[in-house]
Design a protein around this ligand. Sequence first.
Ligand SMILES: [Fe+2]
Ligand SMILES: [Fe+2]
Length: 280
Amino acid sequence: MTKTAREISADIEFPGRKMDFGFDFEDLPRYWNDNDAFKTHFMNALSCLFLEGERMFIDAVRDSQHLVKDEKLLSQVKSFIKQEAIHGHEHHKFSEYLDSMGYPATKVEDFERKEKKLMRKYMPAKRRLAITCAVEHFTAILAHQVLTNPEATEGMDPRFKEMWTWHAIEETEHKGVCYDVYEQTGGGYWLRVFAMFNVTWMFLLRTAIVQGIFLWKDGKLFKPSTWKSGFKFFWKKPGLIPSIWSDYKDYYRRDFHPWDHDNRELLGEWQAGHDNYKTV
Ligand SMILES: [Fe+2]
Ligand SMILES: [Fe+2]
């Protein structure tokens, strides 16, 4: 019998993996993504927003988990926290490299840290958890593109492709955890979709600002070739926005669950070739 999305979510097991890519960033090409400034700085911007974003997710779940009764979900929360903490650690190392290249990546992290501290102080845990669910949906649908759309990764430096693929796999593994905590702690529909509406424009605006700063540093912000590439990246078939639109709008359904989109087969394929990582 086919499992429901909530049954899949309850059954799934995943470890925290101790990742240390340890590769030497020094010989990474400046435009490591398809030799393209727009695509590279889009990913660079996402990368330096991850550290504090993922810390916020961890805090939101930690501040809500005392209300969770389900032992299995509590053990998934532990694995979720391990995975997100390691993601932040790896992306921070990359931010330090971006600093050494002349981009203010750790300054972006500092700004984000102050903002998230204020959010934790003044915003109730349930609202922060609703925001976390919305961003986790974004990361899950972007992860699905990384894992299934060859256009998303084929021009990447292979070491970076490995890092983004690992992150995408773990985002897929834990995509239901925050959502289940939100539901089990009484989170409702309107707060969830209100959070998604706000997260959508904040996420796009924030990424665009950081990406714009990085492009400006390279003297490429106002070059027509940069924006031609950007248009192609976002819109031209199978551009990013048309590719994720259907998954994105599913979030506004009342009966939505992240595992409605059952893509577990992607996990098995990756795990088969990566069973040598240490777990924590
Ligand atoms: Fe993550
Ligand atoms: Fe995540």
